[in-house]
Design a protein around this ligand. Structure first.
Ligand SMILES: [Ca+2]
Ligand SMILES: [Ca+2]
Ligand SMILES: [Ca+2]
Length: 210
């Protein structure tokens, strides 16, 4: 079974000590594993492969990133990473984005990663400079933070379709702090309601196969 689903199922079995409910969760999890329902992933989330500054490549689409920003092959957390940087313009934010696929409608997912201000360019130093959006809705903001210190971030969203666009923006709110990102990932958030949705999808798929 998918290790993430296995962990989620075990967690829910601990929380829901009723044997019948636990059996349902494990059966649902096995059905899901058989259908490959947990195949959602972030492509090149560790930035091992080059990402162009203003076009699509290796999973990400760069937008409005200038020459001081962009992909770097080393110096990240660790290895390759991406500096989201422009000239501090108020009418646009530099970004990278990725379409996440194979989501299940109604299921909760967590997006996580690391971010850091690596370049001395702070205006202001204390305001929110980094944001993460799902389908154009801002769900996370972060301050510039200590220079060259990687910090983790995470937020959750509920899937409303089988795909969603994740966008990571820098220089928000008229700031000019250049945020670097690395280790972007997506994980399933185990909830009984979510596994119920998965179970319906999984059993349905199994039935269709027979
Ligand atoms: Ca990396
Ligand atoms: Ca900048
Ligand atoms: Ca801006």
């Amino acid at each position: 079974m998918d290790t993430r689903l296995c962990r989620a199922a075990r967690t829910l079995c601990v929380v829901n000590r009723t044997p019948r409910r636990c059996a349902f969760i494990m059966a649902a999890s096995l059905a899901l594993a058989a259908t490959g329902a947990l195949s959602q992933t972030i492509t090149n989330g560790t930035f091992d492969l080059e990402v162009p500054r203003t076009s699509f490549g290796n999973g990400w689409t760069g937008l409005s990133n200038d020459g001081a920003g962009g992909w770097r092959s080393s110096g990240g957390n660790p290895g390759g990473f991406f500096i989201i940087n422009d000239n501090g313009a108020c009418d646009r934010d530099p970004s990278i984005s990725q379409i996440v696929t194979d989501l299940v409608v109604g299921q909760v997912y967590e997006i996580s990663g690391d971010y850091a201000r690596l370049i001395v360019n702070s205006a202001p130093s204390g305001g929110a400079s980094f944001a993460a959006d799902i389908d154009g809705v801002q769900l996370f903001t972060g301050t510039a933070g200590t220079l060259q210190a990687w910090r983790p971030f995470a937020f959750v969203f509920t899937a409303t379709a089988d795909t969603a666009t994740l966008r990571l923006r820098s220089e928000i709110n008229g700031t000019d702090n250049d945020v670097a990102v690395d280790n972007i990932a997506i994980t399933l958030v185990p909830t009984p309601a979510g596994l119920g949705l998965f179970a319906a999808a999984g059993f349905g798929a199994l039935r269709r196969r027979r």
